[in-house]
Design a protein around this ligand. Structure first.
Ligand SMILES: *[C@@H]1O[C@H](CO)[C@@H](O)[C@H](O)[C@H]1NC(C)=O
Length: 223
């Protein structure tokens, strides 16, 4: 099951390969979407697996997606404190370690998450197994997560999260074009497709929305 999910992530984009003109959108013209989440937050898992992931293939050419695993944790002088316990900190550290191996490659990040968020439990087994699933050495990821490297990546994620989400009151927090505001947060919680679509239109990407709406209608006739 995990295998098919991971491969499905961007099956839709194959159909889009013909539209080569769109492939060259410069980075500074793209919509920046940052998701501040936690590997053990139910709302984050639900959002990534059921909302973000299905939409991603339709929008990936127009969006620069950043996924930041940290949540409402905070650093102490003996490590990190996580709301859902030590396992949550370990899981977020592993996510950071995996993402670090694929810089600026959100396709790879989502492929990993589609595996790692599928059967979360009170171990970090699935996090490590899924690292192997996206072609990484499980030992290397384990080493990263248990040494200074993982610690520093978590610190970076903490700074980024606190800086960009006004203290991380919401998990997940949604940030568009690097600017957090409560209105966007509320709209994204209520209807992520709608606000994403609105932001894309504001960026001049008017056609993408019809694709998104078609995808959603196709996937969820009750929506
Ligand atoms: C991103 O990751 C995917 C999946 O792991 C890989 O197929 C692709 O080549 C990577 N893209 C870049 C630009 O490195």
């Amino acid at each position: 099951m995990n295998t098919s999910v991971a491969i499905l992530v961007c099956l839709m984009s194959i159909a889009g390969l013909n539209a080569t003109a769109d492939d060259q959108i410069p980075l500074q013209k793209k919509l920046f979407v940052s998701i501040y989440y936690s590997a053990r937050s139910t709302a984050s898992i639900h959002f990534i697996l059921t909302k973000l992931s299905p939409l991603f293939c339709s929008v990936q050419k127009y969006v620069f997606l950043e996924l930041v695993p940290f949540g409402k944790a905070y650093s102490t002088n003996i490590g990190f404190y996580c709301m859902n316990g030590h396992i949550e900190c370990r899981a977020n550290t592993i996510h950071n370690c995996v993402f670090d191996q694929f810089p600026h490659n959100s396709t790879a990040h989502l492929e990993y998450l589609n595996c790692a968020l599928q059967h979360v439990d009170n171990t970090i087994h699935v996090e490590e197994k899924c690292a192997g699933h996206v072609g990484l050495s499980i030992d290397e990821i384990h080493t990263c997560a248990t040494t200074r490297k993982g610690y520093l990546l978590m610190l970076e994620a903490e700074i980024d999260t606190k800086d960009k989400t006004r203290g991380s009151r919401f998990v997940p927090s949604y940030v568009f074009d690097d600017v957090y505001n409560d209105r966007d947060q509320r709209l994204a919680q209520e209807d992520f497709e709608a606000i994403l679509c609105q932001k894309l239109i504001n960026h001049g990407f008017t056609n993408v929305c019809s694709t998104i709406n078609n995808v959603l209608r196709y996937r969820d006739p009750h929506h």
